[in-house]
Design a protein around this ligand. Structure first.
Ligand SMILES: NC(=O)c1ccc[n+]([C@@H]2O[C@H](COP(=O)([O-])OP(=O)(O)OC[C@H]3O[C@@H](n4cnc5c(N)ncnc54)[C@H](O)[C@@H]3O)[C@@H](O)[C@H]2O)c1
Length: 403
């Protein structure tokens, strides 16, 4: 058991975030990549029994034909990743393509279904349970073929539109609905259920619904397994959760907070669709009020500007009131490379979800809130408090696992 490796299953395995994470992982395995950006490489994490980079094996699902080498080459052209690293890791990337299987796009919305170049199932006549069984077969086959001790399933697929239907609160009724052809349950949730039913941890790095249902939370309790989410906190929202406490803790009144985001990658193209964008705006927008304890006027815009590729610019304008009613303004500009910010967090979350699962943590992993825009199981958006909570968990879990 101790010698067996751990699988990482990327849902959306051909995308920019997945490709950058996979390239980074191969680079770490070949000792060609530095550890900058990886939270789990900080010295505070040294006592945690984290899986070594060399013990991770990658597979995944996507609805597009995999070609990790070509995607990494494009990312090198955009100066997201170093070209020499792509060249040095080419053969590994080509091999991983064979472990990326055709995914599902059930109830994932028009924009996502239009991306698919693998056959997708009919939204009206397919029963979700059939799709879950197919996904589970792929997961089990991968575990067996690689003689793995387990698998962490990581959702880095495109953002689905928000769900409109009300779903049952209890697992039994939810489970019954899964047998109903055309039931309104999105692909991200079917991936989550597929993993959790097999007792595999599920991490949702996207704003899609995934495991965010009380019925699915009940499933995690029944299966004694953990999950984490949702929507990775990498750039502008990270800044918001660092800066909003400044206003709260100095008793300064925020009157309005406006954030304009422009970027041009495939994620941006999908988010250019109003229904998909609504899910992202919701997770980006709620952090300000959540930290301040009141709701100033807020506006979040996301615009697709093709020429920018993976490079996102966010401009935030914060209007606030100080002593004796004096009005002031803070503005900042964030120019981040989306995939380079997200990829190390994806690798960190794989390691942390694995430790949490081995330590017997069950349900939503609230200690991992610092990684997410809308952390499950907690309302705390305050980045410093979230990070302190993470370090507490690291200390307690390290002690527990050392016994
Ligand atoms: N980059 C960041 O900083 C960041 C931060 C937080 C969240 N995210 C989220 O991470 C996700 C991935 O971002 P990205 O830039 O890699 O996007 P991307 O568009 O490059 O990649 C998404 C991949 O998912 C695939 N896909 C779509 N639906 C699928 C399905 N149902 N099953 C399997 N595969 C599917 C697509 O074919 C594509 O290869 C997005 O939801 C994004 O909002 C990214």
């Amino acid at each position: 058991m101790a010698d067996k490796k751990l699988g990482v299953w990327m849902v959306g395995g051909c995308g920019n975030v997945a490709t950058t994470a996979i390239l980074g992982l191969v680079g770490l395995q070949k000792q060609l990549a530095p550890t900058t950006g990886l939270v789990t490489e900080l010295r505070e994490f040294a006592a945690l029994p984290l899986v070594p980079w060399g013990d991770l094996v990658v597979g995944g699902h996507d609805i597009r034909e995999p070609n990790l080498r070509a995607t990494a080459g494009r990312l090198a052209n955009e100066q997201v990743v170093p070209r020499e690293l792509v060249e040095a890791c080419s053969s590994e990337l080509e091999q991983i393509d064979a472990s990326i299987k055709p995914g599902i796009a059930y109830k994932a919305g028009k924009a996502i279904r239009a991306l698919a170049d693998v056959p997708v199932d009919d939204d009206a006549t397919t029963a979700p349970r059939e799709l879950i069984s197919r996904l589970q077969n792929d997961l089990k086959t991968f575990i067996e073929a690689n003689d793995l001790r387990g698998l962490v399933v990581m959702n880095v697929a495109s953002t689905e539109p928000p769900l409109e239907a009300e779903l049952p609160d209890r697992w039994e009724a939810f489970d019954e609905l899964l047998n109903q052809p055309g039931a309104d349950i999105p692909a991200s949730t079917l991936y989550a259920v597929a993993a959790l039913e097999l007792g595999l941890p599920f991490v949702n790095f996207t704003p899609s619904a995934g495991a965010n249902f009380s019925a699915v939370e009940e499933l995690t309790k029944r299966k004694k397994i953990c999950h984490a989410g949702h929507d990775g906190k990498t750039g502008e929202t990270l800044m918001k959760t660092v800066l909003a406490p400044l206003f709260a803790e100095r008793n300064l009144e925020v009157l309005s907070w406006v954030g304009h985001n422009i970027f041009g990658n495939l994620d941006g193209r999908i988010l250019d669709n109003p229904e998909n964008r609504a899910a992202k705006v919701a997770t980006k927008d709620r952090v300000v009020g959540g930290t301040l304890g009141y709701d100033p006027q807020t506006l979040v815009s996301i615009e697709y500007i093709e020429s920018l590729g993976d490079w996102k610019t966010a401009w935030d304008h914060i209007h606030f009131r100080g002593f004796l009613g004096t009005l002031m303004t803070l503005q900042f500009t964030w120019q981040g490379c989306d995939s380079a910010l997200a990829a190390p967090l994806v690798l960190d979350l794989v390691r942390l979800a694995d430790v949490a699962s081995r330590a017997g943590n069950v349900g939503a992993l609230t200690p991992l809130a610092a990684f997410f825009k809308h952390p499950l199981g907690t309302d705390c958006h305050h980045f410093a408090k979230q990070h302190a909570r993470l370090l507490d968990w690291v200390r307690v879990t390290s002690e527990q696992m050392a016994c």
